[in-house]
Design a protein around this ligand. Structure first.
Ligand code: FAD
Length: 507
């Protein structure tokens, strides 16, 4: 049998996997539309994935590869046609990080009348084997991010000064929480000249799919679809934005959707950029004196640490993680996540960002969208489905640990406490509250910020799970006070009222 590389839509990288080991010859790519009909995906996400695949196809063809590009409703249908034409050929494909992908790919090939060979995914920094053997041998808890991150720093040598962390500390998290001064604007986001492929694909998406969010139009499309564009985005990040990334990493600014974030997630998750080259670009900028340590460490922690960590957490805790719900949350996701219609300025503004570009930055995801859903008591799987559909960088392997565990405290694999807050945190880290009709300091009464009553109600109703957590003890002191003073009853009433308002679409 002839073996040829099969490149999945999230593996658009010439140097990795089976494609990285050939120089010319046949390459298989399959554009399957069926998966894109399972959810109301953001129009820009579908346009991004299909355009990036088509650009990659053309690039390989220009370089002399013989690309067999098959479109079909399902993988099985497209592969069936492929095996009819090339009966003695075995596609070799990197596994996708999503659950059960190796078995799934083999089954689909068999159904289509052929075989595939599935090999390791090379688009992460660490391998499955390396993590698993370290996790088995280490005496510390491998499923604590900080432990994992230090292991990754030591073994990669990234931001190390001999055996010591660069600058003396492993983590400069306490220097990642500043708010930009009045009048500060983030450095310009990268912008791209997109060609015909994006236009044609956007038309196909508009005509053939039920989507959510703003479609790609003449006003521009902020996401790289080619390797060159992704490299431009990396260069804009390290040279223009990295300097302020560290200090303002947690800040939320209404009329500044990107603050100093890298905007590289979609490119890394599609394979257009390898995480190692992004880490190297950041470290080099720091070594040349062009970015401070709190920025370099902060950005590297996300990619070398969190991104790989999430993949291993997911591998080890699926399939249970997808439906985990240890706080027994039972509410549906409020409609306002889809409509953006709410008077709460933080949620309105964030949902608007997501509709506009399929993106909001990390703190909006964690402390606005996931925080509110957790306090409201949304079934974690429902919020996961929403994130998966609406973000340009979302895939099941990365949304599931981020949403269900980190955002909603759904399973207890690695989170040591829920990331929940009242209006206080949002006010400290954003400018939303200033233009919001709700009052950030009030718990109850008609114009009280919903986050406040929901926060106390959340702690009250989840006492059995949370009270014994020493990181929550201060907060339970306040819960006791509110119970003693009778305030807790007013809070429960306010929450009932908020639920009625949500049903009536007037929250
Ligand atoms: P930056 O803030 O500039 O960070 C740099 C890079 O670090 C990112 O591009 C990404 O590759 C990596 N990174 C940072 N944090 C994480 C993390 N927690 N997990 C994995 N990688 C990380 N990330 C996704 O890639 N897809 C998602 O669908 C996604 N959904 C999320 C949902 C919730 C509720 C939360 C709390 C986080 C989610 N994240 C997700 C992680 C993170 O928020 C995004 O990776 C980041 O906001 C992407 O924007 P950026 O490229 O500007 O990242």
């Amino acid at each position: 049998d002839d073996e040829i590389p099969w490149v999945l839509g999230t593996q658009l990288n010439e140097d990795a996997g089976p494609l990285g080991r050939v120089d010319g010859g046949k390459v298989l790519m399959v554009e399957s539309h069926g998966f894109a009909r399972r959810k109301p995906y953001h129009a820009q996400k579908l346009t991004l994935v299909f355009s990036a695949m088509r650009c990659f196809r053309d690039r390989l063809s220009d370089e002399g590869y013989d690309v067999v590009y098959r479109k079909g409703e399902s993988f099985a249908e497209a592969l069936g046609a492929f095996f009819d034409d090339y009966p003695d050929t075995t596609p070799v494909v990197m596994r996708s990080p999503s659950y059960g992908s190796a078995d799934g790919l083999r089954d689909v090939a068999r159904e289509a009348g052929g075989e595939v060979r599935v090999v390791e995914n090379e688009l992460f920094v660490s391998t499955r084997e390396a993590f698993d053997s370290w996790a088995d041998s280490t005496e510390s808890d491998a499923f604590r991010h900080e432990t994992f991150y230090r292991w990754m720093r030591r073994r990669s040598g990234v931001l190390m000064d001999g055996d010591e962390p660069e600058g003396g500390d492993w983590n400069y998290d306490d220097q990642n929480r500043e708010y930009p001064p009045e009048g500060w604007g983030s450095p310009d986001e990268p912008s791209f000249e997109h060609g015909e492929i994006v236009d044609e694909t956007a038309d196909m998406v508009a005509e053939g799919f039920e989507t959510w969010g703003k479609a790609v139009d003449a006003s521009g499309f902020p996401w790289p679809v080619t390797r060159e564009q992704a490299l431009d985005a990396l260069s804009v990040f390290v040279s223009e934005r990295l300097g302020t990334f560290g200090s303002y990493q947690d800040a939320m600014v209404s009329d500044d959707w990107s603050v100093s974030h890298s905007l590289l997630g979609s490119s890394i998750n599609l394979g257009l950029l390898h995480p190692v080259e992004v880490i190297e670009g950041i470290e080099e900028t720091y070594r040349e004196g062009d970015a401070p340590i709190n920025s370099a460490e902060g950005a590297i922690r996300q990619i070398l640490g969190w991104r790989d960590f999430m993949r291993h957490v997911y591998r080890h805790s699926m399939p249970e993680l997808a439906t985990a719900n240890r706080l027994d949350a039972e509410h549906d996701l409020p409609e306002l996540y889809w409509t953006g219609e709410t008077d709460m300025e933080c949620l309105r503004s964030t949902v608007e960002d997501v509709r506009e570009r399929g993106y909001s930055h990390h703190i909006q995801r964690l402390m606005v969208l996931a925080n509110f859903a957790t306090l409201w008591g949304v079934v974690p799987e429902e919020l996961n489905r929403w994130f998966h559909a609406t973000y340009v960088d979302a895939y099941h392997w990365v949304t599931t640990p981020n949403v269900i565990e980190m955002g909603m405290y759904g399973s207890g694999v690695f989170a040591t406490k829920p990331y929940v807050s009242s209006a206080n945190y949002i006010d400290e880290m954003s400018d939303y509250c200033g233009s919001c009709p709700y009052h950030k300091t009030k718990d109850t009464g008609e114009d009280a910020c919903p986050f406040n009553a929901l926060y106390w109600d959340f702690l009250d109703r989840n006492e059995d799970e949370l009270r014994s957590n020493h990181r929550m003890s201060l907060m339970y002191g306040h819960v006791d006070d509110k119970r003693g003073s009778g305030e807790m009853e007013d809070i429960h009433e306010r929450v009932e009222e908020l639920r009625r308002m949500e049903e009536d679409g007037v929250l």
